[in-house]
Ligand binder design. Sequence first.
Ligand code: TRP
Length: 328
Amino acid sequence: MSEKVILSAMRPTGKLHLGHWVGALTNWVKLQDEYKCFFMVADWHALMSEYKDPSSLKESGFDNICDWLAFGIDPERSVIFVQSEVPQHLELLMIFSALVPLGWLSRCPTFKEQIKQLKDKEINTYGFLGYPALQAADIVLYKATSVPVGEDQLPHLELCREIVRRFHLFYKKKVLIEPQPLLTKTPRFLGLDGRKMSKSYDNCIALDEGDEGIIQKVRSMITDPARKTKKDPGHPEVCNVFDYYCIFKPEIKDEVSDWCRNAKKGCVECKSILSDILKEFIGPRRDKKMDFLKRKDYIYDIIKEGRKKAKAVAEETVSQVKTVMKLI
Ligand code: TRP
């Protein structure tokens, strides 16, 4: 029986926030029960957009790993590693670069979209064009059977599948695995201002946010604009605060809806209760993270172990790849 394997990654471009938890990390934690998991710090991918000043990538990667652990990634079960520490990613990327038609990359919708959006980053580069090919190498190296993705990453996964098929077409032997997308249904979750939660919008609650920060940020959240005073009945279905309740305290969502619709509690009180819920959720995890940040050697050991395990698998795949290509 073949093993079910997951490879997923985050780019270390800064601190993690609740959007990362809701959109990815909570799912990663659950996947550990069912799959052999590889969780990677995609520092080469981050470099593709941050090359002008890559000086914080290293520290962000370390910080992100501490969050992963504090929020439930288990280094005993999952392999936690840094992409640039396993040279086979670049070796397989080189091989893929030889066989991936330029059009596949230049027509990739995420490429066109990003170029438009990140104008100031000047990512119209050779490396950035190859971003999905590198992602394909990441996935293929570990023979991942599934990759948890949001809608936005689907084109990259499709490209990966096409690369694998093209590889098999040329070299005949099916040594690689065509990964399946594991489309993760994520609940609606937005930033404090109602836009997508993102560092660049400054509308985030960090995974290690302090209690005071939580209180102030939740207080700043926009509620149902039709509800001007406590006496006005509100509409939870259009309220961002209500969405947070649905995620972080779903068991009381009917009650919260009743507070709002029937004007039993005002928005100020509703937000204050939400702050308490978030403080309770983040607090113990933040303390754990702070502890990890101090135990540097312990974290470095985990990363070193992860590198060893990842490298063993990656070396084997590259060796099979080169063998069927008759390069060795
Ligand atoms: N492109 C992904 C993102 O921006 C990060 C990533 C790099 C990734 N390599 C991966 C995700 C492999 C899944 C599998 O979020």
